[in-house]
Design a protein around this ligand. Structure first.
Ligand SMILES: Nc1ncnc2c1ncn2[C@@H]1O[C@H](COP(=O)(O)OP(=O)(O)OP(=O)(O)O)[C@@H](O)[C@H]1O
Ligand SMILES: [Mg+2]
Length: 316
């Protein structure tokens, strides 16, 4: 097996009484788009800050590319924690020249990264004339400048309008396709489903789940169906072309459908065959429902505060 890109072992972070990261262990493999999913205050930004060496850990270990973190490994990581600061009156190109100077990378990739984030046409316009989505894309361009193997993004779509959100998500997928490993924090299940291959769920600093998106968040709902004649009901369901599986449970059959077919489609099919159901109910994947509940945790009841304004902008 490949060396994991990132290994976190028994990581802890205390802020006074707040146990912001509580015995966190997880692994990110090369090529994964890894989502760190959790509600406000669950420790996502703190975790990213620690593995980027901008926040001091209270305990535990982490390794990049199988080795203890070093300046060398840090060079292979591009990150955006919070919104980077660019000079408002300078163009994208001039801002990136400054970034290149600070990072000690040469300017040769400026054109390429501006193309990647689709800002090439606007490259000579002042930063202050950019939309929020364009500003975020420039931030991503700046993190890509040194051609890192890993990209770390903290809530990359926060505050954007739907179009901006879609553009950023598409860009993340595109960057992943270039072979980069991506680690992103998000409080949106939907975002993790759309862009990630793997994910971990955090709640009050603790890991409560980690696994593949496909296994856990397939988005395929199941449908519970019952009728007076369960035998002919099951036979009919088996004949429905979109049925993936039928499993008898106590009072009903649990049916998994493919191609986003809904309970309504199944019901229509059954009615056409003269079967009237006594129970029909669509159920969301139970894990998914569990996560949605966790993510819906009332922020007021958790210890809420973010690192905004405190975490230094990280261009590296
Ligand atoms: N500098 C700090 N000083 C004190 N407590 C902090 C500090 N930074 C974070 N915390 C606390 O640590 C916990 C985790 O915060 P963190 O910002 O990592 O969460 P998060 O998952 O990124 O949340 P959000 O979704 O709001 O960005 C919270 O209880 C927060 O109040
Ligand atoms: Mg955060």
């Amino acid at each position: 097996m490949n060396t994991p890109t990132l290994q976190i072992q028994n990581l802890h972070k205390h802020y006074g009484k707040v146990h912001a990261v509580n015995n966190l262990s997880l692994e990110v493999q090369p090529g994964q788009v890894f989502g760190l999913l959790g509600p406000n205050g669950s420790g996502k930004t703190t975790t990213l800050g620690i593995i980027l060496d901008v926040i001091k850990r209270s305990g535990g270990e982490y390794r990049w590319f199988g080795e203890a973190p070093s300046a060398e490994s840090r060079k292979k990581i591009g990150a955006i924690l919070e919104t980077p600061v660019f000079y408002p009156y300078l163009s994208a190109v001039d801002n990136l020249k400054i970034v290149a100077l600070i990072k000690g990378t040469d300017e040769s990739r400026i054109d390429t990264v501006l193309q990647t984030v689709d800002l090439h046409e606007r490259r000579n316009d002042a930063f202050k004339t950019y939309s929020l989505g364009m500003k975020q894309r420039l931030a991503i361009a700046s993190a890509l400048l040194a051609d890192p193997d890993v990209m770390i993004l903290d809530e990359p779509t926060n505050g954007l309008d739907p179009q901006g959100i879609a553009e950023i998500r598409q860009l993340i997928v595109q960057i992943a396709q270039q072979g980069k490993t991506i680690i992103l924090a998000s409080h949106l299940l939907d975002e993790v489903q759309k862009v990630c291959s793997h994910f971990a769920v955090l709640k009050k600093g603790k890991l409560i789940y980690t696994g593949g998106v496909d296994e856990a968040l397939t988005g395929t709902d199941t449908v519970e169906v019952a009728a007076s004649d369960m035998k002919s009901l099951e036979e009919a369901i088996q004949q429905f072309t979109h049925t993936e599986s039928v499993r008898p449970e106590k009072q009903f059959l649990r049916v998994r459908l493919n191609n986003n077919q809904s309970s309504t489609d199944l019901n229509r099919f059954l009615i056409e065959r003269g079967i009237i159901v006594s129970h029909l109910s669509q159920r969301t994947n139970s894990l998914e429902q569990q996560f949605l509940q966790i993510l819906a945790t009332d922020p007021a009841s958790t210890n809420q505060s973010s690192l905004a304004n405190q975490t230094a902008t990280n261009h590296a």
